[in-house]
Write a protein that binds this ligand. Structure first.
Ligand code: ATP
Ligand code: MG
Length: 333
């Protein structure tokens, strides 16, 4: 089987081809980040226009590097939400056009479910056939910070989420206050690598509900600190970045481990853009008594391979979408 995955929920135009074993034959992504340098963030109108410009090339490139043609495809999986509506529509319409013209089955995929299934791409770190449930999943990205109980394949229960900002958003805003462009997470990680995380103690969270998160307090404390200590930036920038990242990752790790213990899960999966973070990975690995799984390198942030593999799972479950498939900006698991 050849499965085409398409992902256009935000500012990345992505297409990938995988086979029935979940192995990646090609994985193509065109990032639009460079277009937003002068705007301080993504501009939805520009994002959808760029997707429309790029989607054909990206799909063509995915087919070419997998050494396949449209005639070889057996299934199309496409993100239909959540995300920017104008962006989602481009991917959904492209998928429907190919499905209709080539008479290939179509599956609409929830972007967040796609992130969860990034754990199964190439059967690494988890083998799709031999995984032990229940798993506790932390989805941690630019738009989401959620704890999800995965009871079995494609069956989930939302346990808790952030009350305000997502963890990635707090990193992006803190980085922007330092004058860095989006995405902020990788920059803070790089600068903070040689810093002292105990240089300044940013507030850790004290929410009563053990399954909830909140990052607006930390974000505000970070930005306020930068304003108040401008002179320190020249000499202590790595220490300040390390301290901020240390607080953010402490909140994520401590709360997730507590939830995992209470829910008696067999393992923990960390997915979404922030799951690429080295400090976060190290803390989870050293502090957890049960196995913790992270996506393989390159599959934490948005990609189309995770959409393809989740689509395949739903297809095997007997589900099908049709040409009425519509993009939706808000969508829960
Ligand atoms: N190495 C890293 N360390 C920390 N944060 C990172 C790292 N790499 C990426 N990020 C963060 O990940 C986020 C991007 O995540 P991702 O591509 O999964 O999704 P998104 O489109 O922003 O949000 P969503 O998936 O919720 O719609 C950004 O906030 C970025 O700063
Ligand atoms: Mg994402």
């Amino acid at each position: 089987m050849n499965i085409l995955g398409i992902e256009t929920s935000c500012d990345d135009t992505a297409a990938a081809i995988i086979n029935e074993k979940g192995e990646v034959l090609s994985n193509v992504l065109s990032s639009q980040t460079q277009f937003y340098k002068d705007y301080g963030g993504i501009v939805p109108e520009i994002a959808s226009r760029k997707h429309a410009e790029l989607i054909g090339y990206v799909i063509e490139e995915a087919l070419k590097s997998a050494n396949r043609t449209l005639n070889d495809l057996n299934l199309i999986a496409v993100t239909y939400g959540p995300g920017l509506i104008g962006s989602l529509l481009i991917g959904v319409e492209a998928a429907k056009a190919i499905s209709f013209a080539k008479e290939i089955p179509l599956i609409g995929v929830n972007h967040l479910e796609g992130h969860i299934y990034s754990l199964f791409i190439n059967n690494k770190p988890l083998n799709i056939e031999r995984v032990e449930f229940p798993l506790l999943i932390l989805i941690v990205s630019g738009g989401h910070t959620e704890l999800v109980l995965m009871e079995e394949h494609i069956r989930y229960k939302l346990i808790g989420e952030t009350r305000d900002d997502a963890a990635g958003e707090a990193l992006d805003k803190f980085a922007r206050a330092l004058g860095f462009e989006y995405p902020g997470g990788p920059v803070i990680q790089k600068i903070g690598e040689k810093g002292d995380p105990s240089f300044f103690h940013f507030p850790r969270l004290s929410l009563k509900n053990p399954y909830e998160f909140s990052f607006s307090g930390l974000k505000t404390a970070g930005i306020y600190y930068l304003k108040k200590h401008e002179k320190e930036l020249k000499t202590h920038l790595p220490d300040i970045c390390a301290s901020f990242e240390d607080a953010l990752t402490d909140i994520l790790v401590n709360r997730t481990l507590k939830a995992a213990k209470a829910l008696k899960v067999k393992g923990i999966g960390i997915v979404g853009g922030v799951s690429a973070n080295k400090r976060l990975r190290k803390k989870f690995k050293t502090r957890s008594k049960i196995p913790v799984y992270f996506p393989q390198k390159g599959f934490s942030t948005d990609n189309a391979a995770m959409i393809a593999i989740n689509g395949l799972m739903h297809y095997k479950n007997g589900e099908r979408s049709n040409l009425l498939l519509d993009a939706v900006s808000r969508l829960n698991l």
